[in-house]
Design a protein around this ligand. Structure first.
Ligand SMILES: Nc1ncnc2c1ncn2[C@@H]1O[C@H](COP(=O)(O)OP(=O)(O)OP(=O)(O)O)[C@@H](O)[C@H]1O
Ligand SMILES: [Mg+2]
Length: 138
């Protein structure tokens, strides 16, 4: 599904991945990477570095804010720069951003259904993300 989603994305798009520890956010990001012709083996949870950047069909900025304590911590590193048009942004633990959540993003929510099954709920937040979902459903 991540790989299919990648085909619907363009520079400037933001995908926020919600869900508990181990619910499948990084695995989904590997799928997006594959769709962007990035080696998925290189994509791991950037829990200790906040962000990894990969070069593929488009640049991929992979954030993980699990360890972020306050939204203010992140403004210090200029993270909003990645919301501009130079790549595709994927965010794990986006709820840590609080009021800094972007205005328009595709919302993907993961829930574990036992060891081997996942429930994935996709919704939109804004005009551009509606276009992405429409393409995904085609
Ligand atoms: N769609 C899926 N179906 C079955 N198993 C999955 C699926 N997605 C992920 N898993 C399995 O769940 C485990 C955790 O996945 P993953 O690392 O992607 O979770 P995460 O949401 O990124 O966790 P964290 O919050 O710790 O970063 C892995 O063992 C992975 O293989
Ligand atoms: Mg992860």
């Amino acid at each position: 599904m991540g790989t299919r989603l990648a085909d619907c994305l363009k520079k400037g798009d933001i995908v926020c991945l919600f869900g508990d520890l181990g619910s499948g956010k990084t695995t989904f990001t590997k799928g997006i990477a594959r769709g962007l012709k990035i080696n998925a083996n290189k994509v791991n949870s950037p829990t200790f570095v906040l962000m990894n950047a990969y070069q593929g069909k488009h640049p991929l900025f992979h954030f993980d804010f699990y360890r972020l304590n306050t939204p203010a911590e992140i403004t210090a590193i200029g993270y909003e720069d990645f919301f501009y048009d130079n790549g595709i942004t994927v965010i794990e633990w986006p709820q840590r951003l609080g009021r800094l959540l972007p205005k328009d993003y595709l919302r993907v929510k993961f829930a574990s259904k036992g060891e081997e099954k996942r429930f994935i709920h996709v919704s939109v937040r804004g005009k551009r993300s509606s276009e992405i979902l429409a393409r995904l459903l085609k």
